[in-house]
Design a protein around this ligand. Structure first.
Ligand code: HEC
Ligand code: HEC
Length: 460
């Protein structure tokens, strides 16, 4: 017993020793080394002079930072002051998930420190407003947290105005925020554990709340709340987080009898969930000019001998059903490979390009009654979106609840009313893809990878 305790103690001490040893082992700053690494790894996004105007910049949203301005988002330091060296080292090492900023953990540690030194040489903020560590208080530990109190702090501080009542980034102010660079910005969807840029653990969330996210609408709450309250709040925010299990393979279970038409039919409990991350495609100028408002999609598949039903759910902060004044409608396309088109010849990221084969689409468009679904084999989304091709009607049901659409689409396995359409009867694996439009964020579409749906013959 005591032996084991001793070992644990040693391990504990060892890691503390290691952490400080790393700092002590930092190389002598050498800006030539840092500059060379910067030009090689970072300039294509952040620009040769660090002004955020690299060759790839316009393809990314949010844009790569202008590192000469000295505005840093993810700091352990008071708002308006420079980040610490460790903050920069963390951002470099872990990257900023959910943005174009990659992680650089594969670079030699010494080189990462040289890059930190080089970043600091680009802006005067490090001397004008040197890092001032924020008082983060003490972690009370999960056991001493009352999530109801955390929720009360969330309400009291008005987080819901931006992040929404359930944290999905769909608060009343969400659609109108801009950042320091006059670009639209959206509050984070706090339920997405995988895309916290500054880290999803309570301590990191405390840092965000007490120091704010400089350059954005997210303020510092250091004056508005005590560290004790903020720890309660941070654990509450953590309790909202969910995981995503993106998959390339989904399973459709066979049902005896009729397929579910409604989203809340208990038959769906039999179907396994499949998740897919969605990405925005660049426009004709090779740019992305809006924040990504639709980021993920889950679906469930059930089939019988005649048809396939898909229940599809995705996040969309605004419910956009076209009225005479609406900019655009929310819409979803389920994509299939038409007869005779095989393999991965088409990427939804590049379709439609001149010369790419047509696709079989089941397109749902929101309207005041719920929406309609039409299927056609087309060369371009516009043919169906603009109604220049009428398509064949399919059964569809849609509902919108608190920042999420759920749509059920039922399609015959082998439609006879659409020439060249995907014939699924007798197939055991069928690729399916998804394309989503957010009417409140027009001009951008989010696409998935192809997911292989395996048709299971057995009933569950
Ligand atoms: C593929 C594009 C890309 C490359 C390459 C890239 N970055 Fe970034 N970087 C970004 C984007 C995009 C952001 C802004 C993210 C945001 O605002 O949330 C960013 C933000 C940053 C920030 C700001 C962090 C903060 O807390 O505000 C730093 C520092 C940074 N990058 C350093 C680097 C360094 C050093 C390199 C090279 C080793 C590098 N980046 C390479 C895209 C890139
Ligand atoms: C005025 C709008 C606004 C309010 C109010 C607000 N936030 Fe935010 N928050 C934002 C925006 C915008 C971002 C995203 C910043 C970005 O994209 O760089 C954000 C990001 C975050 C993040 C994500 C950090 C990461 O690592 O990616 C957390 C956590 C967060 N907010 C928590 C809160 C909490 C808790 C409150 C209430 C105390 C709150 N916010 C209040 C606008 C707001």
């Amino acid at each position: 017993m005591s032996h084991r305790f001793f070992l644990i103690l040693l391990v504990g001490l060892g890691s503390v020793g290691l952490a400080s040893a790393v700092s002590a082992d930092r190389p002598e700053p050498d800006l030539t080394v840092g500059r060379a690494a910067y030009q090689q790894q970072c300039a294509r996004c952040h620009g040769v002079e660090g002004k955020g105007d690299g060759y790839d910049a316009k393809r990314l949203y949010p844009r790569p930072r202008d590192l000469t301005e000295g505005v840093f988002k993810f700091r352990s330091t008071a708002t308006g002051t420079a980040p610490t060296d460790d903050d920069l080292f963390q951002a470099l090492t872990n990257g900023l998930p959910g943005t174009g900023m990659p992680d650089w953990s594969h670079l030699d540690e010494n080189l990462r420190w040289q890059l930190v030194e080089y970043i600091k040489s680009l802006s005067t903020v490090f001397t004008d407003a040197p890092p001032e560590p924020a008082n983060l208080g003490t972690d009370p530990g999960r056991k001493r947290i009352d999530l109801a109190q955390g929720k009360a702090v969330y309400d009291k501080l008005g987080c819901a105005a931006c992040h929404g009542v359930s944290g999905r980034g769909n608060g009343p102010s969400a659609a109108t925020l801009t950042d320091n660079w006059s670009r639209p910005i959206r509050p984070k969807d706090l339920t997405e554990r995988w895309s916290y840029r500054g880290g999803s653990a309570p301590r990191e969330i405390v840092e965000r709340i007490l120091t704010g996210i400089d350059g954005t609408a997210m303020p510092s709450y250091a004056e508005a709340a005590s560290p004790e309250e903020v720890w309660q709040l941070a654990y509450y925010v953590q309790s909202l987080q969910q995981d995503i299990q993106s998959t390339m393979i989904a399973h459709s279970h066979r049902v005896d009898g009729s397929l579910p038409e409604k989203a809340d039919d208990p038959q769906w409990d039999e179907a396994p969930r499949a998740d897919a991350r969605l990405r925005y495609v660049v426009d004709a100028q090779g740019a992305v000019n809006a924040p990504q408002t639709v980021t993920r999609l889950s679906f469930w598949a059930l089939h019988n001998d005649e048809a396939l039903s898909l229940r599809i759910r995705w996040n969309d902060v605004s419910e956009d059903r076209p009225a005479p004044t609406a900019v655009g409608a929310d819409a979803l396309a389920v994509t299939w490979l038409p007869q005779g088109v095989a393999g991965d010849v088409i990427s939804l990221h590049t379709w439609p390009l001149r010369g790419t084969p047509p696709l079989d689409l089941c397109l749902w468009i929101a309207d005041e009654t719920g929406g309609s679904v039409h299927e056609a084999v087309v060369q371009d989304f516009d043919e169906l979106l603009n109604n220049s091709v009428a398509g064949s009607a399919r059964a569809g049901q849609a509902s919108y609840l608190d920042g999420e659409w759920t749509v059920v689409i039922t399609r015959p396995l082998s439609p006879s009313d659409v020439s060249g359409s995907a014939q699924l009867a007798g197939q055991s694996i069928v690729p399916v893809g998804f394309v989503v439009w957010d009417g409140g964020n027009p001009g951008q579409r989010a696409v998935s990878m192809w997911v292989d749906v395996v048709f299971r013959r057995d009933t569950q």
